[in-house]
Design a protein around this ligand. Structure first.
Ligand code: NIG
Ligand code: FE
Length: 426
């Protein structure tokens, strides 16, 4: 349902204004309006400005205030909904034991190489009923909503066979229909090498290209194609072959690039015109500069570096060298089982030297750009979706300051109030 809503008297209306990714220095300008108001009509933003000016517009008889719900946001900051542009949130089973193994010194890649890791989630996801995946999917989306997320990307990649990859993508389509959060789907058939293809990575890439990609495209099941380009997973050569095929057939491109080893995934992303290059913990300076030049969004996932106890991606260097940086959760059952937006803010600001303003840009307009949607979401601009969050506090500075705690009080999706933290009865 798309609704009519006025939000008035906001201490700060943090518009994040813009219709494309913000690079480098531009990331620090949030375009804040003090004592701001916002009008959403039929789910879409109709006007943005100072409260006095906006309310004056309601005098003529065709534009009646009685047609609108009204929220008084006095003493509160209002922002665009967050865009979590990299997750693997649809999966069967859990891997809590692996967390303990890693604490005792096992590495993420060692666990994968002995048939655990992603392959263990593949077993559980192949066995899971669609209804179960939908149920857990809804629970995870509810949690994200409480953190202010209004659009999320979700990847397949826990099937590694046609049937299960399609099942995961269909589950995401269904979740997009049932839940207020918009779900953007990515086909990640090349997430790991399944047991049945051991030692035959090229043959598996052929299988994806010949048998999976056509079904994904014909069924309109994904907007993006992604690959885990990593030592002992898929090489740059194999990744290029698959991604170019996907691009030729109309999918947009993402890459898990230079996460554990420096393979040149960032350079590949620039070369083939990916929308985003993700992780980049080990990216070379040359790779970073090439994605900045090519306008590829650098999607950083600090929760993953934190959980794997790896050094963080060079976010500060990237912004100083004119990259458009997005931040996302990477929610998945292995390397980062967390959808916490407060955790991302804490890590980005305190450990990556990213400013509060830059981090907000990275989770709004740049997250939208990483999904190819900067024209319709990610900022409070006229014509965009009325996807809005209202904080408990008067300034956006409280977001990282209230460390590890969600500052989001209300979430509005296309003009409709879909989360209200104040409803608690206690
Ligand atoms: O982004 N690195 C590959 N994929 C995920 C982890 C998936 C998993 O461990 O289940 C990531 O870190
Ligand atoms: Fe990932």
């Amino acid at each position: 349902m798309r609704e009519n809503l006025i939000i008035k008297n906001a201490a700060q209306l943090v518009t994040c204004s813009g219709f494309k990714a913000k690079q480098g220095k531009e990331m620090s300008n949030l375009h804040v309006i003090e004592n701001g108001a916002l009008v959403i009509e039929n789910g879409t933003i109709r006007s943005v400005g100072k409260t006095n000016d906006i309310l004056k517009g309601f005098n003529d008889k065709d534009y009646k205030i009685s047609k609108f719900n009204v929220i008084d946001a006095a003493g509160k900051a209002v922002l665009p909904g967050f865009v979590d542009s990299h997750t693997h949130f649809v999966f069967g089973g859990y891997r809590a034991e692996e967390f303990s193994w890693r604490l005792r010194g096992d590495s993420y890649m060692d666990i994968l190489e002995r048939g655990g890791g992603i392959l263990s989630t593949v077993k559980a996801t192949r066995a899971a009923k669609k209804e179960t995946l939908i149920k857990t999917g809804i629970k995870r989306l509810n949690s994200m909503l409480s953190f202010g997320v209004t659009t999320v990307e979700g990847k397949s990649g826990y099937g590694l066979d046609l049937k299960t990859e399609i099942k995961q993508l269909e589950v995401m389509k269904e979740l997009n229909r049932r839940h207020p959060i918009d779900v953007v789907s990515t086909f990640l058939g090349a997430h790991a090498l399944p047991e049945e293809y051991k030692g035959r990575a090229d043959a598996f890439i052929d299988d994806i290209i010949d048998n999976m990609l056509p079904v994904v495209i014909d069924g309109n099941l994904a907007e993006f194609c992604d690959v885990f380009c990593e030592k002992n997973v898929f090489s740059v050569e194999q990744s290029r072959r698959l991604l170019l095929k996907a691009k030729e057939n109309g999918l947009k491109i993402k890459i898990h690039a230079d996460e554990i080893e420096r393979l040149g995934g960032a350079e590949l992303a620039a070369e083939i015109g990916a929308v985003s290059a993700d992780h980049l913990l080990q990216a070379s300076d040359k790779g970073i500069n090439s994605i900045a030049k090519a306008g590829v969004v650098a999607t950083l996932l600090p929760g993953t570096a934190f959980c794997l106890k790896e050094p963080y991606a060079k976010g500060r260097y990237m912004i100083d060298n004119n990259c458009a940086v997005a931040l996302a959760s990477d929610l998945n059952p292995g390397s980062c089982f967390s959808e916490s937006i407060p955790l991302i803010f804490a890590l980005a600001t305190l450990y990556m030297n990213i400013d509060t303003e830059e981090a907000i840009t990275a989770l709004t307009i740049n997250g939208a750009a990483a999904l190819g949607r900067a024209d319709i979401i990610g900022s409070l601009d006229i014509g965009k979706y009325g996807d809005v969050i209202i904080l408990k506090y008067p300034s956006y500075q409280f977001i990282p300051y209230h460390v590890g705690i969600s500052t989001v009080e209300k979430v509005i999706k296309r003009g409709r109030l879909v989360f209200d933290g104040l409803l608690s009865k206690f």
